[in-house]
Design a binder for this molecule. Sequence first.
Ligand code: FMN
Length: 478
Amino acid sequence: MASLTVRKLDEVVKDGLRLRAARHGRSVEDEVRSILREAAAEPEPGRAPDERPQNPAPTARQAPAAPRRTAPMPGGGGRVLLIIGAGIAAYKSLDLIRRLRERGAHVRCVLTRAAHHFVTPLSVGALADEPCHTDLFDPRSEFDVGHIRLARDCDLIVVAPATADLMAKIANGHADDLATAVLLATDRPVLLAPAMNPMMWLNVATRRNVARLLQDGRHLIGPNRGEMAEAGEAGVGRMAEPLEIADAAQALLRPKSAGVLAGTRVLITAGPTHEPIDPVRYIANRSSGKQGFAIAAAVAAAGAEVTLVSGPVGLPDPEGVKVRRVETAADMMASVEAALPADVAIFAAAVADWRVAAAGDQKLKKTGEAPPSLPLVENPDILATVSRMEERRPPLVIGFAAETEHVIAHAKAKLARKRCDWILANDVSPESGVMGGDLNTIHLIRDDAVESWPRMSKDEVAETLVARIAAWRESRTT
Ligand SMILES: Cc1cc2nc3c(=O)[nH]c(=O)nc-3n(C[C@H](O)[C@H](O)[C@H](O)COP(=O)(O)O)c2cc1C
């Protein structure tokens, strides 16, 4: 087959290609190949939707709220302080400066003490169009304690690349150079784009630091899986692509989705259920409730009237949310029914499929004979029950599919079986770290369309879902 050289594409098309490539972690050339492959495999008219290729390229219908590269950041673009750490990926941060600026952001840059080994203050300053800051003890900028000004005169701090060392310092509150002093002195949101060798990323110390940073409310984008600068090394550790980081920055700079769901009644379930065996023992699962609680908080912050029905978890009530705490699937079903009607129902709880048919009134005792048999009966299927309601069915019913294999195929089957409108599918296999962890990788499945979101924090999943629900609501009113 003849090779193909693509010329004379206008800038908008080129930018679209770059964005797609970044989202899929491919080179632009590979992205073009993939588009051609998909086009060649496009079903003929009249073919069943299931025969479409898996994971089709995003269409306007699939990703209504994905920010476009050309869309300016609100309020004149926002002020971003970009801190560049001392990693190989620092070269990509030069591109990031451009990506942020072309969205209208004002970008000011700080290099860590070691970062000048990777990029120069001159090129960083030239791209940002203002001098780059490097020295905590610079008499020209510190005569009026300039690092405090840097920390405050911005709307968002982006750290890219966030090296293992820099993340350790931030997690532990060090302030021994300009970058760390600024990060300690700021009250602005901080977005970290980690980049390091996969072994460094997996090291227990880094894991501990990442957990601490997320707990402290820092936002993370990436790292992605891919090849490393080191020959022959691959795995999770590549810095997210500049366009992905710019997208994440844009999402954080957007005035919080305040008001976009005002007047919407949203019902959410979260956490596990506990199914008693006797008064002291129960059947449960590893759900922490973090994702459902994050969604409840984000939906409430977007102005919705929220009822959260939660199984037993150790999380505080999110602000502005009516919380109903329950134990069993039967209790959860009853609370959900009592909370209807709603405009949107999001079923994030990991409801036990079965309960013990006849839980003991007293603690079961060892008798020295055969252990007791515990016949199980099926619990009510809350998602299917609400999805099939005739009168009080919420117009948008969203289920979660926690899968350990064939995530998308199983989730599509679940969407059809339960008759809900959307499924948020995630991989909860032990190696994913999703159950109880702070990060999640979601595939949003609607009818025949699959939209795969990059790995992000559970708060970011919640924000992204709010954007999708707001777009759904808008599409119904226009
Ligand atoms: C060639 C080279 C490449 C490096 N790449 C990375 C990297 O990608 N990620 C990382 O965490 N550390 C990397 N390091 C180690 C950091 O540069 C080192 O830990 C440094 O102290 C981090 O400084 P910072 O805290 O200012 O970012 C690299 C070092 C060298 C010499």
